[in-house]
Design a protein around this ligand. Structure first.
Ligand SMILES: Cc1cc2nc3c(=O)[nH]c(=O)nc-3n(C[C@H](O)[C@H](O)[C@H](O)COP(=O)(O)OP(=O)(O)OC[C@H]3O[C@@H](n4cnc5c(N)ncnc54)[C@H](O)[C@@H]3O)c2cc1C
Ligand SMILES: NC(=O)c1ccc[n+]([C@@H]2O[C@H](COP(=O)([O-])OP(=O)(O)OC[C@H]3O[C@@H](n4cnc5c(N)ncnc54)[C@H](O)[C@@H]3O)[C@@H](O)[C@H]2O)c1
Length: 467
């Protein structure tokens, strides 16, 4: 039996973060992956979806050139973005694999736990001083009559293997995947229908954000059915049929993007005593499981289903694994988790939403600035969007929603502000290069300040000083 300092199961963002830190410190690391290095994120998640969105954006931009006073006379000869997406993934994959795994012992195969300090793969057992489970998730297939046994449905796992852009696609799910892929395929010529049970697109976020995205997507030709209950689905004569109340949607392809389930069933967690439930492996603030020296990082613990959160957890768990005692900065809840959906307009969120603030009965102000009121975003041809900040009474920033051009970048300033417990005055007193899109962050803080300056006492004081 071979001994290692660290054994890492799963080579997605979480597992790669642990492995990279381990080898950089000169540790003896065994990394195990059953499919492809890079995990869901690189192979069938973040990266291919963003590559496809970029192709769709370029094509959409071409059709909108006249809005900038430019008319071109071009014939579209061929549209085959799917192979370009795959080529990009292959290029990233080979670079990543070569660079990182020069020093890691990499085994290809399905790992199972073989004791509290041992892992079995391809019939061999390896012992590790610390074990990190980073096995991610798989697409959830909701219990809709007819769905489970339907042949040829699409999920993120086979979507990027399509050769052609389909003529029509029904998507079950209006969350992050359904919205991003709905817009990408619609822009590339697919007749897209999104059917989901939540009241607005991107339901984990702000309602107005989801409604604005819906408005833009509907204008681009997407059909959206919110709060829908799906009665059944079937495939007949080569087409998919989705029945929802009086609606029947027929399409060439059916994409299921209805949430995730943790990939943990084959790990023998129960036998080893690793507590888990249907959301994932139970962990504490430092990603420690119920078994000493076994950690569960990334999506497999069900805490956040995001790549950056997965990598961050890998880092925290690694630091904890090498610490003789619990360090305060390895505690997950010290850090806020922003997210962004890369549609056009983008939707980004950090901290609490307006709805959550109201539900919790907090004493807060809502401060909002529309993109349509800022010269730069109007001049860019992107007037759709807003920055909405949930502000505590003393100016403490509780949450931020940014919708529009550059939202995924603009959210970073609010993320740092919330994490470092900054107030609106800090954003207002920070100079932003004009006319960057990010200046709108400062503008919303200025607006908050102005609202505070409207106080009768301050007015009286100003008049007294100027008397
Ligand atoms: C279409 C799509 C788009 C997305 N876009 C974004 C985005 O823009 N931004 C963002 O932050 N997040 C995005 N996500 C989510 C992101 O992909 C995940 O949060 C991230 O990949 C989680 O990383 P992970 O390391 O926990 O797990 P994964 O990336 O799922 O990796 C787990 C790895 O473990 C392997 N594995 C599983 N079981 C075993 C076993 N028993 N033995 C060996 N290996 C095993 C799997 O094969 C896999 O490679 C997207 C997801 C999808 C589906
Ligand atoms: N840009 C990003 O950061 C990004 C992009 C894609 C995915 N992701 C991650 O991947 C995860 C999974 O994404 P997702 O879009 O699959 O899930 P999601 O949780 O974001 O959305 C699930 C959607 O499926 C619908 N749904 C679920 N069950 C249904 C049913 N029985 N009938 C009708 N509708 C149903 C919901 O109403 C909702 O619209 C997300 O949690 C997200 O963290 C992130």
């Amino acid at each position: 039996m071979k001994n290692y300092d660290l054994i890492v199961i799963g080579m997605g963002p979480a597992g790669m973060a642990v492995s990279a830190m381990g080898v950089s410190m000169g540790l003896n690391v065994l990394s195990i992956e059953r499919r492809k290095i890079g995990g869901e994120c690189l192979n069938c998640g973040c990266i291919p979806s963003k590559a496809l969105l970029k192709g769709a954006e370029a094509f959409h931009g071409l059709k909108r050139l006249s809005s900038y006073g430019i008319d071109i006379d071009a014939d579209i000869l061929k549209i085959s973005p799917m192979s370009v997406v795959r080529d990009k993934i292959d290029a990233i994959n080979s670079k990543k694999t070569m660079k990182m795994f020069e020093k890691v012992s990499l085994v290809s195969g399905e790992a199972v736990l073989d004791g509290p300090d041992a892992v079995r793969v391809n019939g061999r057992t390896y012992r590790g001083k610390r074990i990190f489970i980073a096995t991610g998730t798989s697409p959830a297939i909701p219990p809709i009559p007819g769905l489970k046994d339907l042949p040829d449905i699409l999920t993120n796992e086979n979507l990027f293997q399509l050769e052609e852009i389909p003529k029509s696609m029904t998507i079950i799910g209006g969350g992050a995947i359904g919205s991003e892929m709905g817009q990408a395929f619609a822009r590339l010529g697919t007749n897209v229908t999104i059917v989901h049970m939540d009241p607005h697109l991107v339901p984990t976020g702000d309602e107005a954000a989801g409604c604005l995205l819906e408005k833009v997507m509907v204008e681009e030709g997407v059909t959206v059915r919110n709060s829908a209950s799906i009665d059944r689905v079937e495939k007949r004569d080569g087409s998919f049929f989705l029945y929802s109340g009086d609606d029947v949607f027929e399409s060439e392809k059916l994409l299921v993007a209805a949430g995730r389930v943790p990939s943990i069933s084959g790990l023998r967690l129960g036998e080893i005593g690793v507590n888990h439930d249907k959301k994932g492996i139970s962990v504490d603030q430092r990603m420690r499981t119920s078994v000493k020296n076994i950690y569960a990082v990334g999506d497999c613990n069900g805490q956040y289903l995001l790549s950056h959160a997965a990598m961050h957890q890998g880092m925290l768990a690694f630091m904890d694994a090498l610490s003789p005692f619990s360090l305060p900065w390895t505690c997950r809840d010290r850090y806020v988790v922003p997210w962004a959906v890369f549609t056009e307009p983008e939707i980004a969120q950090v901290g609490i939403t307006e709805k959550e603030a109201s539900k919790r009965g907090l004493n807060y102000d809502v401060c909002e600035k529309k993109y349509s009121s800022y010269g730069r975003t109007v001049a860019d041809g992107h007037p759709e969007g807003f920055v909405k900040i949930i502000v505590g009474k003393s100016g403490k920033i509780l949450g931020a929603t940014v919708v529009g051009e550059g939202a995924s970048e603009l959210i970073q300033e609010w993320t740092m502000a919330i994490q470092d417990r900054r107030r609106m005055t800090h954003i207002m007193m920070t100079q932003h290069p004009f006319p960057s899109v990010g200046t709108i962050n400062k503008m919303v803080a200025e607006e908050w300040m102005m609202s505070k300056m409207r106080s009768p006492i301050l007015g009286k004081l100003a008049r007294f000083i100027l008397r």
